[in-house]
Write a protein that binds this ligand. Sequence first.
Ligand code: DNO
Ligand code: MN
Length: 364
Amino acid sequence: MKMVFRWFGEGNDQVPLAFIRQIPGVEGIVWALHEVPAGEEWPMEKIEAVRRQADAHGFHIDVVESVNVHESIKLGLPSRDRYIENYKRTIEKLGRVGVKVICYNFMPVFDWIRTELYRELEDGSTALFYEKSLLQNMDPLELVRKIADNPKFTIPGWEPQRLEALSELFHAYRDVTEEQLWSNLQYFLEEIVPVAEGSGIRMAIHPDDPPWSVFGLPRIVTGRDNIRRLLKLVDRPANGVTLCSGSLGANPANDIPAMIREFADRIPFAHIRNVRVYENGDFIETSHRTADGTVDIAGIVQAYHDVGFAGYARPDHGRHLWGEECRPGYGLYDRAMGIMYLWGLWDALERRKRGRLHRNAANQ
Ligand code: DNO
Ligand code: MN
């Protein structure tokens, strides 16, 4: 397991690289050019600049999250070919600087959805929260106003430019069924997976968050059966998945350790975080500790260990602690503690395995 940490870039992340350096066992940053709008080709000078910054702190830049997919690709419009060309050029450039994994998602209009960014937990910390009944009665514009209007930070997935044409976008999706979205994803993958393969890169789709349809928009990366289908669309190692335990875990029917065992060789990137799901379908993000949420984080780490996971992993979101002012979900403290919890589980499993090997050798 190669531990990495998401970093939003110089001047755009309140957490300096020098601080990330002090979290045990972090070897690389997970990065993106957040200022480049979806669909545009990434400029090489900007890619090189991030490489230099990471290099100066001894980090690799193997994992990019995300190269966002232009809506016309998801909608299957004639203009998609132009945007797919840009996407391919970006993949090639990233391959040239040594990138190994590109995380992306195929969710219409919105990336992740929550109804509250700073919901208080019983310990006084705050975290991202999803209130099912509230969302059912909400107008999407109202939600955007609530989530995207953050005076201090741009919220990844809720960038103003992405949401400018919201009502037109909703209109454009009105007839797009799940099957159409599948076929648009297939078209996209057939084009880009060979390019990724040629560039030494594995594509890793992020599951839908939450893993069900919201505001009537189609959503297709939601659980085991759909991931099976996705991997078969283009059955190559370069067509992989970012297995996000928090996104999939919002639906308690998702057995994540079982998915890890089944899809092991197609998971180049793991997002590990916990959520607490309530009976009424609401959920809140919690600490990584297994006992604090509904997701079996210990079982997940055990599954990764059992399959000999050698891919990249990051703590995903965290709570906001100790008065930290940060981008929602992306404070330093809780993610750093999450990493230590993951290492604790991992190291214990390693030690047990080594002990077993020693005993077997001694018995022979
Ligand atoms: C949620 C986060 C996502 C993720 C994007 C990837 O679990 O990890 O916001 O960054 O969906 O494209
Ligand atoms: Mn995630």
